[in-house]
Design a protein. Structure first.
Ligand code: F6P
Length: 231
């Protein structure tokens, strides 16, 4: 099965101000992540937890066989080809800009649309729309932002269906890995799908900035490894 790599975009100018939505470029720290990302992805691709992690026959030989298993596995292993998927928003495209792989920008991967709250801080939303702020707290999965294009997590899950279908097609081909450079809410939905989180849990999954998650689908469930950089 092909690896799926997930990363948020680097810190954006609006992240820095605590404002949601918008289409800002990266902050200086976000730009450092952009520059560190090619090496971080190369590390994530090269990392194998026990010799050749994908081959159960090799693993079942146990500790004594590990060195041999590594040599055999390296001989047959083809290099993983990687395609990068971004949203159409500037912060994800900028984050991906130095990666030497084919790229596709998906509108479906754009961040949860927050309607009338675009560009606001959470404190400003609470002050201007207290009832709605409380409503979101009560049922974050189903709460739909009011105003033009406003969405809920439930809407987002529906919008992401074609992306998930395409991921499913890819994941059966062991050499066609995908790296998604995405947004917090979008990656919660994709990660939550891959790791079978419930609708109630999904809007609260922590997806920190400046970290790559490698997800390797197995026959039952997925194995996850995280790669960080200090920037
Ligand atoms: O703050 C970054 C961000 O991606 C916003 O653009 C988005 O509205 C928010 O995170 C989603 O997180 P939550 O659903 O927890 O507000």
């Amino acid at each position: 099965h092909a690896n799926i790599y997930l990363s948020r975009h680097g810190e954006s100018q609006l992240n820095l101000e605590g404002r949601i939505g918008g289409d800002s470029l990266l902050s200086p720290r976000g730009e450092r992540y952009m520059r560190a990302l090619p090496e971080l992805i190369a590390q994530a691709q090269a990392y194998t937890p026990y010799g050749h992690a994908d081959d159960d026959r090799e693993r079942s030989r146990g500790a004594d066989g590990d060195a041999d298993a590594d040599a055999d596995a390296d001989a047959v292993r083809e290099p993983e080809s990687l395609t990068v998927w971004t949203s159409t928003l500037r912060r994800t495209r900028q984050t991906a800009s130095l990666l030497p792989y084919p790229k596709i920008a998906w509108r479906e991967l754009d961040e949860l649309s927050v309607g009338a709250c675009d560009g606001m801080t959470y404190a400003e939303i609470e002050q201007r729309f207290p009832a709605e702020f409380a409503e979101r707290d009560n049922d974050k999965y189903n709460y739909r932002y009011h105003g033009p294009g406003g969405e809920s997590y439930a809407d987002l899950v529906r919008r992401l269906e074609p992306v998930i279908m395409e991921l499913e097609r890819h994941r059966h081909d062991p050499n066609k890995a995908i790296l998604i450079i995405g947004h917090q809410a979008v990656l919660r939905c994709i990660y939550g799908y891959l790791l079978s989180f419930s609708h109630d849990e999904l809007p609260y999954i922590p997806i920190p900035l400046h970290m790559v998650m490698r997800i390797t689908p197995k026959a039952y469930g997925c194995v996850e490894t995280r790669f960080r950089v200090d920037i």
